[in-house]
Write a protein that binds this ligand. Structure first.
Ligand code: GP9
Ligand code: MN
Length: 421
């Protein structure tokens, strides 16, 4: 019944962070272009491999006067990988532990980012050059209220246009920009890249830098496909400008999950020139987040912690859309009340002081082991939040929530019971 929802709603209400006045509505009425940068981890940013810059365009973008760049931002995905990141961005909920929510709970009721945007006049879509039923996307996208899915059938894949898992990012983004010109505005589209995907294979002609040399073929290839993706994004920005789609858009880009797993610790240790500890493995879950608002002059490198669950409230508030009363576990990254505390799906967590990983508590700054008591004080909070998210999904509890939960009096339940605040 709905009573379980009340408790979770109260938790979400208590966690709600007021928007920052200066940022609220900054991108109002703009088109939204949300790009999933496949497998991109933060360790390649502003870094080199054997003297070669790995992400020249993204480095430049991270310093741009219109980009807010988050170097201490974490993915929160589980086994569902890309699809989990989609789930998180849409719902600001944790994906499921040990299974992919896109498969297990595609029949649920959700209050997704896309549905919120749809209510506010946006034409919503996803663009991804894979088969629509892959990862159960076609079914889940219906539950997420996404108007259009431009899947592989919408693209013209020429002879040299595919590698590895499918269509290369450069032609994908090029053709996507063309389609975008015909979208009803304002639109909100999520684009999912593919080339920088395990096992990171590439055609000779797309290798802008050489391979790394270590015992891990995966890591050796990774730098090259990251470099290729960087090029693809650069060309896409040029394209948006040429097509007149740039000035009136907000472009948000994030890494969906790690590309290099712990199985490659040895090679990673060689690259980073240190022995990889559970602390380092936790730090390696950082993925870049870029919030690019052309003409805004709000650019900064923002060191604060953050996680993927924060994207939904942050973006809604930038667009001038309230999210009070929504059941979300992330917070607006720009809020004065933002509470820096990132929980991974597997129970690891990061605070400005401590990192908890593999049952060890570390000092966040130094990576030194510290007394476990420092982390223990957060255990209840972590399990409570993960548990609420899990119960919400498993019980399909959002079906008890009414739509007008934004009101001043807080949310009400469908059966008419006012929600005690
Ligand atoms: C598949 C693509 C990759 O369509 O999104 O999925 P992943 O293996 O990264 O979860
Ligand atoms: Mn992925």
């Amino acid at each position: 019944d709905g009573s379980e929802l009340v408790e979770i709603q109260n938790y979400a209400n208590a966690k709600y962070a007021e928007p920052n006045e200066e940022m609220f509505g900054l991108a109002k009425d703009r088109n939204v272009i949300l790009i999933t940068l496949e497998s991109l981890q933060t360790f390649v940013m502003n870094n080199t491999m054997d003297g070669h810059v790995i992400t020249p365009f993204l480095n430049e973008l991270s310093q741009d006067k219109d980009t807010i760049y988050f170097p201490n931002f974490y993915h929160q995905t589980g086994l569902g990988k890309t699809s989990d990141s989609e789930f998180i961005v849409e719902n600001s909920l944790y994906p499921r532990n040990g299974s992919a929510v896109f498969f297990t709970h595609s029949g649920n009721k959700y209050q997704s980012l896309s549905s919120r945007l749809g209510e506010n006049g946006y034409a919503t879509s996803v663009m991804h050059a894979n088969n629509r039923s892959f990862w159960n996307r076609d079914i889940m996208y219906r539950a997420l209220d996404i108007d259009q899915f431009y899947d592989v059938a919408s693209y013209d894949i020429g002879e040299n246009d595919a590698v590895n898992w499918g269509m290369k990012d450069i032609p994908f983004l090029e053709q996507s920009a063309e389609m975008m010109q015909h979208f009803q505005q304002p639109f909100a589209t999520r684009m999912i890249l593919l080339t920088n995907h395990h096992p990171f294979t590439l055609d000779e002609e797309d290798m802008y830098i050489p391979k790394y040399t270590s015992n891990s073929r995966t890591l050796n290839n990774y730098f090259q496909t990251v470099r290729y993706m960087d090029e693809a994004v650069k060309l896409f920005f040029e394209d948006l400008k040429e097509k007149g789609l740039y000035d009136n858009s907000i472009i948000v880009m994030y890494g969906d999950h790690y590309g290099i797993s712990e199985n490659h610790n040895k090679a990673m240790g060689m690259y980073l020139d240190k022995e990889i500890t559970p602390y380092d493995n936790a730090m390696l879950q950082k993925v870049p987040l870029f919030i690019h608002i052309p003409g805004s002059n709000k650019g900064e490198v923002r060191e604060q912690l953050g996680g993927q669950l924060d994207i939904r409230p942050t973006l809604l508030h930038l667009l001038g859309i309230e999210s009070r009363g929504d059941i979300q576990f992330g917070q607006d990254l720009f809020s004065e009340d933002y509470d820096p505390f990132v929980i991974f799906r597997d129970g690891r967590f990061v605070t400005p002081e401590y990192v908890y990983a593999h049952e060890i508590c570390y000092d966040t700054e130094t990576g030194e082991e510290v007394d476990i008591a420092n982390c223990e004080t957060s255990f209840d909070r972590v399990s409570e939040e993960l548990d609420y998210s899990e119960r919400l999904i498993n019980g399909d509890l959002l079906r008890f929530k009414t739509d007008q939960s934004n009101g001043e009096n807080g949310p009400t339940l469908q059966d008419g019971k006012p929600n005690p605040e």
